[in-house]
Design a protein around this ligand. Structure first.
Ligand SMILES: Nc1ncnc2c1ncn2[C@@H]1O[C@H](COP(=O)(O)OP(=O)(O)OP(=O)(O)O)[C@@H](O)[C@H]1O
Ligand SMILES: [Mg+2]
Length: 545
């Protein structure tokens, strides 16, 4: 096999005039003089303006290594610092070069030329456009400048390269495990989901939507995605988190988009707002379904143009953030009554990940229980273990259909913390387990009843409710729901009679609602008497006026 070297001219290191040039190490010349590397041919690529130098190097090689043929290839009109141009030119060269792998062995010289050219040479060799191995010339020690230095051949196909590939795979596994807090989950669907989240987190800056029941880990996953991006240096800014349910009325705009000094009464200082705080980082809008429609419009614009207007300002502010949205509502269902903008939904649901509740992945309950127990140990500084029989009993209950785990990780965490705290001598006994199971059952039953609890029954009592027609009962139920979520009688009236109000121009919605309620002997004030929002079931639809 004949050895052929393909390389760029090193315009500085290969340079030199007069006899003094022989006193310096010149990488291209030195490569052709290595005693154990007979080079049959050197293909010397160069910019046309260095033609003179290329010819001199070629002549010098011929004088010290007569058996080496040197051919010069000018790379026309190429800026060697422009990645696109350099890559295209080298690829062009590779495409037309008559490689003859049967008779010739190719070595691609990777440490000559601009850094851009070197990277291109590497990439083209790795992709087999250059069907050869890399050769790296190594300069001699400073004290021995006249010597030939050395060389190293790097085969990208060889096992030396495999560890790098393996390392990449390992890094991906590490990242997936990081997203799962190191818990060895077994549910195949869940594992696939998290693998996809990892890929998207690393590769995309587009919005991500995390859905799933309460306590399924949306908030925690959002933070982990941010942390993963941070370790990969994909974000330099901060993680800014806000629960949209806490943003109400006029304050919502200013909290999100900021305001200028004097924008409204009480705006004594300018305030930057959360979007700006998330610049170059991640903004996590939890319960995004609760966002008001004005805020939704502004947010959409901020996502599309990366600019928005703070309250009271006519100067646009720029912020480049990645949005992660969380919700446990069906946003598509909220689009129909106009509570959620469909264009915003389209923008944020490119990557929608639905986190399953614990009940949907019973095989993961065991590893999660181990995890919770370990966490308790870390936080409290003492190790707690289950007695053997206690563990078996609790696990059987935990994976059975009896266990609702309706608060998901919150319930699981609560159960472990309670049992571990009460464990005397670090042992969770069978008795503690029985107590905890009873406690969980009661809690879930109460929640369940709350959910099924009819509002009509709450205000009319079971007897009178039983006397109502189904027609009246369903209508009253819905009206009461709206009343409970609205901030005032007028707001509830506006929501309930929105369309007839538009058609009629005027009309008193509040009194119309009052009259309707009076038919059942209910006064609006009664609905609000016993802190109704707190006692309202958690799955009530959000209502925006
Ligand atoms: N994979 C997990 N393993 C163990 N604990 C978890 C996991 N994910 C979340 N948790 C814990 O469970 C609790 C609830 O999680 P988180 O707040 O992320 O849920 P959520 O889906 O955002 O709930 P909500 O809809 O109510 O906001 C937190 O204390 C969190 O630390
Ligand atoms: Mg949350």
């Amino acid at each position: 096999m004949k050895t052929v070297i393909i390389g760029m001219l090193a315009t500085e290191k290969d340079a030199g005039h007069g006899h003094r040039r022989w006193a310096r190490w010149r990488p291209t010349v030195a490569l052709c003089r290595q005693p154990d590397l007979p080079v049959a041919r050197l293909e010397l690529l160069h910019e046309p303006r260095f033609r003179g130098l290329a010819e001199q190097v070629s002549e010098d090689i011929r004088s010290v290594s007569p058996s080496t043929t040197v051919r010069l290839f000018p790379l026309e009109r190429v800026d060697p610092w422009d990645f696109g141009e350099a890559y295209a030119a080298l690829r062009q060269f590779a495409r037309h070069y008559p490689f003859n792998a049967e008779e010739e062995e190719y070595l691609i010289h990777v440490n000559a030329g601009t850094h851009v050219a070197r990277i291109c040479m590497f990439l083209l060799t790795e992709s087999r456009h250059f069907p050869g191995r890399l050769i790296q010339s190594i300069s001699p020690a400073r004290s021995d400048r006249k010597s030939l230095g050395a060389y190293r051949i790097i085969d990208l196909d060889l096992s030396r390269y495999d560890p790098i590939v393996a390392r990449f795979q390992e890094e991906q596994l590490d990242a997936v495990s990081f997203l799962k807090s190191g818990i060895q989950t077994r549910n195949a669907d869940f594992n696939r989901l998290i693998e996809q989240v990892e890929k998207v987190a690393v590769a995309s800056r587009r919005a991500i939507l995390l859905t799933g029941p309460t306590g399924s880990g949306k908030s925690r996953l959002a933070r982990r995605i941010f942390e993963l991006k941070k370790t990969r240096r994909l974000v330099t800014g901060s993680f800014v988190e806000v629960n949209c349910a806490t943003l109400r009325g006029d304050a919502a705009m200013s909290a999100l988009f900021g305001h200028v000094k004097g924008a409204f009464t009480g705006a004594l200082q300018a305030r930057p707002g959360l979007l700006q705080a998330a610049d170059k980082g991640v903004l996590f809008l939890d319960e995004i379904g609760e966002l008001g429609t004005d805020e939704q419009a502004m947010l959409l614009r901020a996502l599309e143009d990366k600019t928005f207007l703070p309250v009271g300002s006519d100067e646009e502010v720029r912020s480049d953030f990645q949005l992660i949205a969380g919700t446990n509502r069906d946003l598509a269902a909220a689009v129909r009554p106009g509570r959620f903008r469909d264009d915003l939904l389209a923008r944020i649901n490119l990557w929608t990940f639905r986190l399953p509740g614990l009940g949907q992945r019973p095989e993961d309950i065991e590893p999660n229980l181990h995890y919770e127990l370990e966490q308790f140990g870390h936080v409290e500084g003492r190790r707690v273990r289950f007695a053997r029989e206690a563990w078996g009993t609790f696990l059987r209950f935990a994976v059975s259909p009896d266990a609702a785990w309706s608060g998901n990780f919150r319930d699981l965490n609560g159960a472990i913390v309670r049992m571990a705290t009460l464990a005397v001598g670090g042992r969770i006994t069978l008795e503690l387990v029985h107590q905890e199971i009873a406690r969980l059952r009661t809690a879930w039953r109460t929640e369940d009843n709350m959910r099924k609890d009819s509002l009509t029954e709450r205000f009319l009592g079971p007897t009178r409710t039983g006397e109502l027609d189904h027609f009246d009962r369903t209508q009253l139920e819905e009206v009461l729901r709206v009343c409970l979520r609205a901030k005032s009688l007028s707001e509830a009236g506006r929501i309930l009679f929105a369309h007839s109000r538009k058609r009629k121009k005027s009309g008193n919605d509040a009194s119309r609602l009052q009259k309707y309620l009076a038919r059942f002997g209910i006064r609006y004030a009664d609905i609000w008497a016993p802190s109704p929002v707190d006692s309202a079931p958690s799955d009530f639809p959000a209502i925006q006026a």
